[in-house]
Design a protein around this ligand. Structure first.
Ligand code: UDP
Length: 248
């Protein structure tokens, strides 16, 4: 996020963005659920040029045992960026950035998980970023949400994530890499199906009225993502549901 790049052109003469999107349009998303056979649940997700894979394990006995909680499951979330995922090699291993993203993403899921039903257990969520192009934390959350469903972990509903931001003085949805690099603000959120916001972060500057506009837009973005997630789940599990109906 840098505000001194005023020479960057973000919109063409038709008001379209560098990747031909309208200001309120999200990047195309592709989803494949159940891609890893060792994990209890998994999901591969592409969002624009972002590529992430999520794996979920549990609920299973928490190890090391000192991490066990007597009255509920411990939820662990690890966001990791592969060194080959970015233009300049990312330094392998945890960083301040990845620790922060892991923490806020874990908190984004806590309200929808029934941790209290699994004392001493762990629910482990791992997300690997294979290719990054801005918006990896939101892509990771969207993939993790579906991997949790694939693992059969009961949830109060899905979590959907998206970002809005300000580029060239305009509020836009789902920033791509140049917009993230040279724009004025980035506002990623995660939202439950019933509209509760479970993650909110902001980088850059927005006036109070711009913030309101961005919040309205980003919640619309989350609802669009939710529809895509639901469609992916239907595609994956519709045949299972059909089989169940036949058995009744
Ligand atoms: N990025 C990078 N190297 C890093 C961290 C980030 O090249 O070590 C790039 C990557 O494309 C990422 C983008 O910068 O998607 C924006 O990063 P940010 O921290 O805003 O997180 P994100 O938008 O991916 O959630």
């Amino acid at each position: 996020m840098s505000s001194n790049q005023t020479d960057v052109v973000f919109f063409d003469e038709n008001g379209l963005r560098t990747d031909q999107r309208k200001p309120d349009e999200i990047r195309p998303m592709k989803i494949k659920i159940g891609v890893l056979s060792r994990a209890n649940g998994s999901c591969y997700l592409e969002w624009g040029a972002n590529k992430v894979i999520a794996a979920v394990y549990g609920p299973r006995e928490a190890h090391p045992r000192r991490m066990q909680l007597a009255n509920k499951a411990v939820i662990r979330y690890r966001y990791n960026m592969q060194s080959f995922s970015v233009e300049d090699r990312a330094r392998p291993g945890p960083s301040r950035r990845s620790s922060e993203i892991s923490k806020v993403s874990r908190e984004a899921f806590e309200p929808v998980l029934f941790a209290e039903d699994y004392p001493k257990a762990a629910i482990d969520i791992f997300v690997e970023v294979l290719q990054a192009d801005a918006g990896t934390r939101t892509a990771a959350i969207n993939a993790a949400s579906l991997a949790l469903v694939d693992a059969g972990i009961p949830m109060r509903g899905l979590v959907s994530a998206c970002a809005a931001g300000k580029v060239g003085g305009k509020i836009v949805l789902d920033l791509n890499k140049p917009e993230d690099n040279y724009g004025e603000a980035d506002l990623p959120i995660a939202m439950t199906e019933d509209g509760k916001i479970t993650l909110i972060q902001m980088d850059g500057h927005l006036t109070p009225s711009e913030f309101e506009e961005a919040m309205e837009l980003v919640q619309k973005g989350c609802r669009q993502v939710l529809e895509i997630q639901k469609a992916a789940l239907l595609e994956k599990f519709a045949s299972v549901m059909d089989d169940d109906e036949e058995e009744i």
